[in-house]
Design a protein around this ligand. Structure first.
Ligand SMILES: [Ca+2]
Length: 126
């Protein structure tokens, strides 16, 4: 039976019912785990509405640097250009993952869709 060595910089293995934002593509680099907050309807949701307030485990800002996402929650998570949210947004379905954000489906406030890079753009994740 092969034993796989774990390098010191091994990527974080996103747990069940966690939403993990990674600094680099392919679920590597440092990680930020979305906190759960209670929304105005009293429902707990995974949400960081202003990523400039959040840091990866390596201490650097999460703002404008997310490059891959694991969504192990049951709900869609939206990334947006600006806190709030504002600007264009893209969604990651519950139970899915995006190993990079180089070509994702985005929507503007009028609902217009296109495919474009969302790499190093997200300032909101809920
Ligand atoms: Ca941004």
């Amino acid at each position: 039976m092969a034993v796989t060595a774990t390098p010191a910089n091994a990527a974080y293995n996103c747990g069940s019912n966690q939403v993990c934002l990674y600094k680099n593509s392919d679920f590597t680099g440092s990680v930020f785990i979305l906190p759960q907050i209670t929304n105005s309807y009293g429902v707990k949701i995974f949400c960081a509405p202003d990523l400039a307030q959040n840091k990866y485990t390596d201490g650097t800002s999460v703002n404008n640097s997310v490059s891959s996402v694991v969504n192990n929650s049951n709900s869609v998570i939206f990334l947006a250009d600006y806190r709030g949210p504002g600007g264009k947004h893209t969604g990651i379905s519950g139970g899915s993952r995006l190993w990079n954000l180089d070509s994702v489906q985005t929507f503007d406030s009028s609902g217009k869709q296109t495919y474009e890079s969302f790499n190093d753009r997200a300032s909101y994740a809920c």
